[in-house]
Design a protein around this ligand. Structure first.
Ligand code: CA
Length: 294
């Protein structure tokens, strides 16, 4: 097993994001788009100019997705909204959940442009959150209930499996997936994170079908084989590693978001890069990111 340490990892954006999350590579504009959920902002990073532009939005944004017909949509407590040029959010579809108990968390589009997005319990304990699917006709289907913190999301290269992180339960799960009708079944545990380090947060799947899992509280990204065997650990200089995605030319770079949320001053002194966006070359290409077809 290989362990890479800092030195092969770049800081793409020095940032003090409170909760950097949900990175996604927009192949049309060749930019990385990511969010600061608690900072209520959407970031656009252009590696060609090394400029990172942040757009402040009203509600906390759990995730974003480029739209096939142009523009960008964001998943918030109000549902799926279109980001307007002036930074406001124009609702496309409403989703009803109790915002006193839950907030929108990670989300991603499948290869046919359906937006899968989940919620998380604000108390990190109560299992009353859900995973939703929003299809191109803007119908909302509840796919899972009883979730505490909905995270992860990734599909195998042949789209026969959906991967999902139940962060509090400390399992990476796999489902059978039917791309044509967007159904999932045969839920099972794939990776047991109970011994840590950290808990499974966001993920990306590479062209070899391996899973790159961000370890929140674990100071690393971990790569797993499709059968769940641990393959590699990439150490990072921050504890709260939130998510990752492939980007750059040929999708050959891995971008990693991080958080400084609820870190004490003494922690921040040890990890001054917490909240920054990292990048490294993992030696394998990723899969293209799905755009929202609605
Ligand atoms: Ca997350």
């Amino acid at each position: 097993m290989l362990t890479a340490t800092l030195g092969s990892i770049d800081v793409a954006v020095h940032n003090q994001a409170i909760l950097g999350e949900a990175p996604i590579w927009d192949q049309q504009t060749q930019r990385l788009i990511w969010v600061d959920i608690i900072g209520k902002s959407i970031h656009f990073y252009d590696p060609a100019t090394e400029e990172d532009r942040a757009v402040m939005v009203g509600p906390p944004v759990g995730s974003v997705a480029p739209r096939r017909s142009g523009g960008l949509v964001a998943a918030t407590s109000e549902g799926i909204s279109l980001l307007t040029p002036n930074g406001s959010l124009d609702p496309l579809v409403r989703m009803a959940f109790d915002t006193r108990r839950s907030r929108m968390n990670d989300g991603k589009c499948d290869a046919l442009g359906r937006y899968w997005t989940g919620t998380m319990a604000l108390d990190h304990v109560t299992p009353d959150s859900s995973l939703y699917k929003v299809d191109p006709e803007l119908r909302v289907t509840t796919m899972l209930t009883g979730v505490v913190v909905s995270n992860g999301l990734g599909w195998s290269p042949d789209n026969s499996k959906l991967y999902y992180n139940d962060t509090i339960a400390r399992y990476v799960e796999a489902f059978n997936f039917d791309l044509a009708d967007g159904t999932i079944w045969n839920r099972r545990h794939l990776i047991d994170f109970s011994e840590g380090p950290g808990v499974p947060d966001g993920m990306a799947v590479d062209a070899e079908g391996c899973l790159w899992i961000a370890a929140w509280g674990g100071w690393c990204i971990r790569r797993y084989q499709p059968d769940g065997a641990l393959d590699r650990i990439i150490e990072l200089p921050v504890a709260k590693v939130t998510s990752c995605c492939f980007g750059g030319k040929d999708l050959s770079e891995l971008y990693v978001t991080t958080s400084r949320h609820e870190l004490a001053e003494s922690d921040l002194a040890r990890q001054p890069l917490a909240g920054s966006l990292f990048r490294f070359e993992p030696g394998v290409q990723g899969l293209p990111t799905g755009h929202f077809a609605g």
